[in-house]
Design a protein around this ligand. Structure first.
Ligand code: SF4
Length: 439
């Protein structure tokens, strides 16, 4: 019988993703136009996952706003943020309540600025009765570009749209671009803002150092091309292509051999840079790491859940490494998810079950039917892993019952090596019997 209730959904609401996009911009303060809890909940998840505090403002709507509108609260909130933090940008994300009221956020924001104000306001629409954290990220990023990007001189750079990935992943991609000697603009970049170093003297600025400069967002209209690491954040790439003729490459996330090869080739094609020996050696180390663990991992049943780009890329990588991906599940529907998994099924003769737009209750049922010796996903999978007596390798967002996961990449050749080692060690550490490889 069809259920009319969602149980344990591995997704969050749109403002969560919008806040992550805004937090990757230097000098930007996210402002949630909604009730108190709509900012507390994302801040709580940021603190648990990244172990960093986050400056997230809120317009604190209450009952009166439901009747009279939220313009007064939002105007006050903009003034307060400006006087206390003096940011370069305020990134507004709307919520269930402000969207239901029907506040004209663009107009309220425009009226809150005084003539000649250097501060910019980004008014993203992120109602949470549709979409997920991923659509929230996508909407906020596209609104940033729609508001700021402007035609100028060619800059010889490549735009990298990150999507919801970890600081460690961004640093790994930066490292690959450095090796290839390719200049870039990250849209956006949380590698420093949500993994903030404590510098000598203990100085901590009001707003974190790092992040994409607003001037870089302006300049993204003049790049050689845009590559998305997560296609769920691709609408900004499409905007730059349609508005400024910047070529857009929306390919699978660079995890595993084939997908990372595609990423490296895309960088090389767009920039004209050759693929250096150092990158080829990194690739070779990934292949070697797959050979090293093949006798432990061949045929292992693995069930994977999380955000669509990350899940489909890990499914492909698991198949490349000789594993048997039995279940692939995502709560956020995306047009590329099922075709990605079907392609893996046909190329590697596996039979991965595809679950899309559903919850972890459904995932658990299918895992029971098709089996799993290992689960890969965020911390919300812990109870299922415990129930099935299999290990959980924690990837994605949020991971709140382990520390440091955000620091390490699973993207690129090096990140894939780390992911494969984690998966193998999870199997070895759980119930490894050298006399009986498959238990
Ligand atoms: S689902 Fe709606 S009410 Fe709940 S935290 Fe998100 S925006 Fe706020």
């Amino acid at each position: 019988m069809a259920r009319s209730v969602t149980i344990n959904p591995p997704k969050m609401c749109q403002p969560m993703g919008a806040i992550l996009a805004y937090m990757g911009v230097h000098g930007c303060v996210p402002l949630v136009h909604g009730s108190q809890g709509c900012s507390t909940y994302p801040r709580y998840n940021i603190a648990r996952h990244f172990r960093e505090s986050a400056e997230v403002a809120v317009s604190s709507l209450a009952e009166d706003a439901a009747i009279y509108g939220g313009a007064k609260n939002l105007t006050e909130a903009i003034k307060n943020v400006k006087s206390r933090l003096n940011p370069a940008l305020i990134g507004i994300c709307t919520t269930c309540m402000s969207e239901t009221i029907g506040d004209d956020v663009k107009l309220i924001a425009k009226n809150a600025l005084v003539p000649g104000d250097a501060m910019k306001i980004i008014p993203a629409s992120t109602p949470s009765y549709v979409g997920t954290h991923l659509t929230g990220y996508d909407n906020a990023l596209r609104t940033l570009l729609e508001t700021l990007a402007a035609k100028g001189e060619p800059n010889n750079k490549i735009n990298i749209i990150t999507g919801v990935i970890n600081p460690g992943d961004i640093r790994e991609i930066k490292n690959m671009l450095r090796i290839m000697n390719v200049k870039s603009i990250f849209l956006t970049d949380i590698s420093e803002t949500l993994d903030t170093p404590i510098m000598p003297g203990g100085h901590k600025p009001l707003l974190p150092d790092g992040g994409t400069l607003p001037s870089e967002i302006v300049d993204s209209a003049n790049s050689l091309g845009t590559i998305t690491l997560c296609r769920t954040a691709g609408s900004a790439a499409v905007y730059l292509k349609n508005k400024f003729n910047v070529p857009a490459v929306l390919d699978p996330a660079p995890i595993g051999v084939v997908n990372t090869d595609r990423f490296v080739q895309n960088i090389s094609k767009l920039s004209g840079a050759p693929i250096p020996d150092e990158i080829i050696r990194e690739r070779g180390r990934l292949i070697d790491s797959m050979v090293d663990v093949h006798h432990y991992m061949f045929g292992r049943k693995v069930a994977i859940f999380g955000d669509p780009d990350i899940v489909s890329a890990i499914v492909r990588f698991a198949a490349e490494a000789g594993m048997n991906p039995t279940v692939a599940m995502t709560a956020t529907r995306h047009k590329d998810f099922a075709p990605d998994i079907k392609a893996v099924n046909s190329e590697y003769s596996v039979d991965t079950q595809i679950l899309e737009g559903t919850d972890l209750y459904e995932f658990h049922k299918v895992v029971k039917t098709y089996g799993a010796e290992l689960i890969v996903g965020n911390s919300k999978g812990k109870d299922i892993a415990d129930d099935e007596n299999v290990p959980l390798v924690r990837v994605g967002f949020p991971v709140y019952d382990r520390v440091g996961v955000y620091r390490y990449p699973i993207i690129g050749y090096n990140g894939s090596i780390y992911l494969l080692d984690q998966m193998t060690n999870a199997i070895l550490g759980h119930k490894y019997d050298p006399n009986k490889l498959h238990q």
